[in-house]
Ligand binder design. Sequence first.
Ligand SMILES: *Cc1c(COP(=O)(O)O)cnc(C)c1O
Length: 797
Amino acid sequence: MEQLTKEQFIKAFKAQLHTDYLVDNSEATAEEHFRTLGKLIKQYVMSDWLRQRDEIIKEQKKTAYYFSIEFLPGKMLQTNLLNLGIYDLVAEALAEINVDLNILVEAERDMALGNGGLGRLASCFMDSLPTIGAPGFGNGIRYKYGLFKQRIVNGYQIELPDAWLPSEGSVWETKKPHSAVDVKIYGSVYLTPQEDGVLKPVYENVKTLHAVPYDVIQIGFNNGVVNNLRLWDVELPEKYELDYQTLADRRRVEDITSFLYPDDSSRDGQAMRLIQEYFMVSAGLQTIVSSYAKMQLPMEKIHEKVAVHINDTHPAMAVPELMRILMDDYGVDWDDAWATTTQVMSYTNHTVLSEALEKWDAGLFKEIVPRIHQIVGEIDRKFVKEWAGKVDTGIIERTRIVQNNQIHMANLAIIGGHSVNGVAKLHTELLIEDVLKEFYILFPEKFNNKTNGIAQRRWSQIANPGMSALLDDLIGKDWRSNIHELSKLEEQLTNSDVQSSFYQVKQANKQKLADYVKKTLDIALPVDAIFDVQVKRLHAYKRQLLNVMHIIKLYQDLKANPELDMTPRVFIFGAKAAPGYHFAKSVIKVINELANLINYDTSLNDKLKVVFLENYNVSLAELIVPAADVSEQISTAGKEASGTSNMKFMMNGALTLATLDGANIEIKDAVGEDNIVIFGMDKDAVYAHYDKHDYNSRAIYESDQTIKRVVDAFIDGTIPNTHYEGHEIWDALVSYNDEYFLLEDFTDYAEKQAYISELYQDKHKWQAKVIKNIANSGRFSSDDTVEGYAKEIWGIL
Ligand SMILES: *Cc1c(COP(=O)(O)O)cnc(C)c1O
């Protein structure tokens, strides 16, 4: 890549504006400026991008393909500038022609092709893969509408379509019509012997979809590597246009890539979703196999050059689809196809919630993907036959793919691949001991752990420029390329100048967030208060409600004693609820009504504030995370597979208030018990309740006056306008035995919260813990996580 000068950049920028929009720099809109800059960036990396692609083919490099139904990149402008090493140059050059880079940043829309943690992880990996120089490409869907845009009206969540994609397309993508492939769904298929006796499938009455790829640049950090995220869109195939004669027919096709399903923990049973999954998998794999074919190597050895990763179960049809392509299109026999397929495929499990384990009705499966249904049936039969007599039949019955007329996608991914990983130590242990224990009996060698990580450049350098500048001063700039350098801060934990510098950075970030809250909600936040933050998808197991119960307790304490000496607190929430998730939406309503009650009660003397920020997304996270003093990671132990916001907060100097769940445990191991605040039951205590069936929330409610008072606040009129929601919550906690053990964990939680209030008063102690957390956050870099995948699972490094 050539070295860019300011003059060259300005010249190119103005020329591009002229060409594209026929405007002078001074007349152009922020949107036009943004797109122009994006286009220049793309041109700037084009030669690296092409070189990378050519190298892979010429050098026959093994390549990994990360299949995920979700990606959640957020905005890309700053990341791309930073990774190219031209951030400052471009900001200064633009300033010379009176263009403010920050306004361009604002003009970009978040790419929200994911729901939450799962999609965000995939995007952190997309940033890290080129950064570590690994040939790893993403494969997903180009949804026209991302995750819904959340508005709060009268305290209720309202879902609006998120039309993130401008009509002229995303500036970061390049459409590749010549790489389009056809995908067949529906119809019927039967096998008929060829002259040589080999069975060939004959398709009848199929619908053909035209899959067109859009390649999105993924730029490595300061290394000239540019990878690719391939997103598939659907078009009507001209050749088969007679199959789609009515407008309704056509619309149904277009709908295949219209929406991301806004449900990240349990399925909603849409046939459309199954089509999406197959569409993405088939288009991606056809392309991968045909580019492998160009290397002119034997098809039975495709695993030597190709790794396919199944991120959660949605792409699990990659297993039968690769079998189909190898057998039907390339004439490989079953045994050879199976041997190579299982070495190509690997799978990450992301959940222990049984309701979130994906299953499909076999009838629907057969209707939509008949050939895949046949192959899955055959994989299942062979699996049963292979293990018969070797292990208990019960184990086979529970691990096979087809059970009670349902296709179990996790089983397919495990049986059809060579690696199954969990996403944090505890999570992997739980897979082995509990959720997937019978698979562990069959295939112990497949199991491994890869603790999640975060793209530290986005979550430190971009999100927190103030802290980054301070780090440069304290430990030099090397941490920007080697995050482990942060450990140098260990020497400065108790240096009071350093402590006060970190404190000032935090206060400035809190002020920035407070300004945003003032502007959007017209609520004034005191920045000397503890900013206590819980931002993540709304789910019962994440226990936002436990946080709410504690706020109610503080409110009641303050009302009973207005003179109470209490460290002021600001509780900040951000969370989208799945549109069909009734309980989660009730919690949102209650938080908002509680906020209204508290924020306007002058008798509380600003000691307590509650804000719910609407439309939590990556950009909002970048504003909120650096402003947090306390990071709430309070899921029921054993339920949160890993969590990644816990890592983002840690890196930005928040103290974690947590249960021993997911990666919280590894944060504790990194910083030591004194630098994290742990409360509540651990996983063994939770499981003991499951085993003994001895949990009784009503007994706790009746015997503990504080808890009773807090829980009754949901139904006694304390919180206005929540009659219905309050009863629903009260019932969940008392009548339905509190599935997530909030009442049992409440007392310890409230005590640890009181400890935090006290600790915050001692600025030296607090800041030492803050710095300790930052110093040890390097181990949660997704650069290291993907290096583990690349070396141990994919064999590409
Ligand atoms: C990091 C992130 C998440 C994941 O949060 P968890 O607390 O780990 O569940 C979800 N949404 C967004 C926008 C994020 O940036």
